[in-house]
Design a protein around this ligand. Structure first.
Ligand code: NFS
Length: 654
């Protein structure tokens, strides 16, 4: 059990209200449902009906003879395959939407970023000369769809990786061919009586995860940019205070921007607004939860209500007319929570229904019409509010740092490059960079390791890029604004002030972790920091992970060359061999290792030592803390303590 359930004051306030209203949340269920100690460490095999075999105590092999190492590797590989499938099936959906838009079958969608379309066409080898955007887009969509079950030797985007990394993957036989093929092969290999060598199983898990990162997820990000625009910095707000007392509140929750973008459009149409006013509301307030929130924040500035663990508590406010969900990270518990209030849970994806929810299926050919119907349902519900309470906490944020914008901000349209960033790293102004990403987990104090890891990194001059629920945690506690320089080390602060960026860059949703891969490849290709991603002084973190998608991300970070730490307990703790394989031996295979470590402080210490070792190997200038300080007046003595943090945090009552 965790000592504290959350550090977010708004979430705390809602927990009290939920308790009073009889709403049971994931926080409560995590307390009453003990994790199965055998499955939790990867030692339970249920891949056939001779079992499940629980490999514990004197039982060291399953009925078929499978060892604990084989069982743990099969479980991990299957989880990675499920994560890769989720990201990539989302990506496939985006490709189908682009195809429909290009063919005129989805009239409410347009090609918003023609420049990006041209760049993607080049990657996918689609001819562009003397062709209309629609013709190009249709071929781009077809090429993307073909990539999923590719007949070729490799997914198209592998070409975006540094030469050395591509050669390594090819030598190891892990270059992903197509994510469908890798996922299917994982399921095949892990069926009873098939691949029974842990190391061999994990090599294929690596290939599957690479199919996600450099295939499905990267395509998803690129196609979303073509359809809805490539993000650039946008200001917005976050936390429960974004809910409006006198407007119809609609929460978009899930992952695909296809629906949420259209809901934003519909909410601004005069007929819908007039209808809302006819019911006594002043307007319509769209806010987001989970990664769909990051998608519409980055492109439309839609405020963030909260991350994964806020979904049930949001309902407890009593002011949400509709929670509109599509796919992934949606707790079934929201339906029960909604029973106590007037909130309508509306499922929309043909792939995901929830018993007890209202299903209004969303199809691209009638996108705006469906979005309006959903909003009308929410508006009709506005007069039904009963017991309302909005926690009065909010903070300002700046989000929207796509890899394109990061290149642009370092030199403008004509001179965009990664040179200033690479130079800042070489000189030791910036010690290194880290991607901090991933979920919440009620078995870990909500948002606590997320924030501590980020604060400690920037204090130590490590530039942070963030996505997913970490990005939302940072947003809620004031870490996504330039003012957060107060927490940053002197060198990092100087660089960020010169470029005009915060030291924590919001890069989007979880599929947008592919943007981080692109940035890493661009840093290598810029020159001066080695020849491979594994040469860079960088690290990856998922401090509060829980989902299979997070395992796929962790695995592709590592197999792309980024040493990575996942918080909480280890899903492979049952196998010493497997723990050593990914945590030590993979350094000689992929040039990076993968760690599961509950002590966040230890993860940061190890990461800083790792960053320094990489700097040394590259013969970069020695990093000296405070070397670039103009004065130390802006260094709070110990701003990682709760008191100091409270002083500097701008999470406050409105
Ligand atoms: Ni990603 Fe985790 Fe979900 Fe987003 Fe949040 S829980 S793996 S961060 S919302 S996908």
């Amino acid at each position: 059990m965790v000592d504290k359930k959350t550090i977010d004051p708004a979430v705390k306030e809602m927990m009290e209200k939920a308790k009073a209203d009889g709403i049971i949340t994931a926080f409560d269920r995590a307390e009453s449902t003990k994790a199965c100690p055998i499955g939790h460490v990867g030692s339970c095999c249920k891949n056939c009906h001779m079992g499940p075999c629980r490999l514990v105590g004197k039982t060291t092999v399953g009925v078929c003879g499978a060892t604990i190492d084989t069982v743990a590797a099969r479980n991990l590989a299957r989880a990675i395959a499920a994560g890769a499938a989720s990201h990539s099936d989302h990506g496939r959906g985006m490709a189908f939407t682009l195809l429909a838009a290009a063919n005129g079958e989805a009239p409410d969608y347009k090609i918003k970023d023609a420049n990006k379309l041209m760049r993607v066409a080049e990657y996918l080898e689609v001819p562009t000369k003397d062709r209309s955007n629609e013709e190009i887009a249709a071929d781009v969509a077809r090429a993307a769809l073909a990539d999923f079950g590719s007949l070729k030797g490799e997914v198209s985007y592998v070409k975006r990786a540094p030469e050395k990394r591509k050669e390594l993957w090819s030598k190891l036989g892990v270059t992903p061919r197509g994510v469908d093929r890798e996922v299917v092969e994982t399921m095949h290999r892990t069926h009873v009586g098939n691949d029974q060598d842990a190391e061999h199983i994990m090599m294929h898990a690596a290939r599957t995860s690479l199919g996600d990162g450099w295939g499905g997820s990267m395509l998803s990000t690129d196609i979303s940019d073509i359809l809805f625009g490539t993000p650039s910095p946008v200001a917005s707000r976050s936390n429960f205070g974004v809910l409006a007392e006198d407007e119809v509140n609609v929460v978009v929750h899930g992952h695909e921007p296809t629906l949420s973008e259209l809901i934003v459009v519909a909410a601004n149409s005069p007929d819908v607004l007039d209808y809302a006013k006819s019911k006594g509301a002043k307007g319509i307030n769209i806010v987001g939860i989970c990664c769909t929130a990051n998608e519409v924040l980055m492109r439309q500035g839609v405020p963030l209500l909260g991350n994964f663990l806020s979904q049930e508590l949001a309902i407890a406010t009593g002011v949400i007319e509709a929670m509109v969900v599509d796919i992934q990270c949606i707790m079934q518990g929201i339906v029960d929570a909604a029973e106590t209030t007037h909130t309508k849970i509306i499922t929309t994806s043909p792939k995901a229904k929830i018993t007890g929810a209202t299903h209004i299926e969303f199809h691209e050919d009638k996108a705006l019409e469906t979005a309006k119907l959903i909003l009308k349902t929410a508006i009709d519900n506005y007069p039904n509010r009963k017991n309302v309470q909005i926690p009065d906490y909010t903070d300002r944020i700046i989000a929207g740092f796509s890899h394109e914008y990061i290149a642009y901000m370092q030199g403008g349209v004509y001179r965009e490059s990664f040179r200033p960033l690479n130079d800042a790293i070489s000189s030791g102004r910036i010690r290194g960079a880290a991607g901090v990403v991933g979920c919440n987990n009620p078995r870990i104090t909500h948002d606590d390791p997320h924030l501590e890891v980020v604060k400690e990194l920037i204090k130590n001059d490590v530039l942070v890029v963030t996505t997913g629920c970490n990005a939302i945690a940072c947003a809620k506690q004031g870490l996504l604004t330039p003012e957060v320089m107060e927490y940053a080390g002197a060198g990092l602060r100087e660089v960020c002030e010169a470029i005009g960026i915060p030291p924590v860059l919001h890069m989007g949703s979880c599929v947008d972790n592919s943007r981080i891969l692109t940035v890493l490849a661009q840093c290598v290709n810029e020159g001066g920091l080695g020849e491979d991603i594994s040469d860079l002084p960088v690290a990856g973190f998922a401090p509060e992970w829980m989902s299979e998608k997070a395992l796929s991300i962790g695995c592709y970070f590592v197999t792309s060359g980024v040493r990575t730490w996942m918080g909480g307990t280890s899903p492979i703790e049952g196998s010493e061999m497997l723990t050593k394989l990914v945590g030590e031996d993979w350094n000689n295979v992929f040039g990076a290792t993968w760690h599961f470590e509950p002590d966040w402080q230890k993860t940061v210490e190890e990461a800083l030592a790792h960053i320094d070792a990489k700097r040394k190997a590259l013969n970069l200038e020695e990093y000296v803390p405070g070397k670039y300080a103009k004065s130390n007046t802006y260094f709070p003595a110990d701003y990682t303590s709760d008191e100091e943090f409270a002083k500097y945090s701008r999470t406050r009552a409105k």
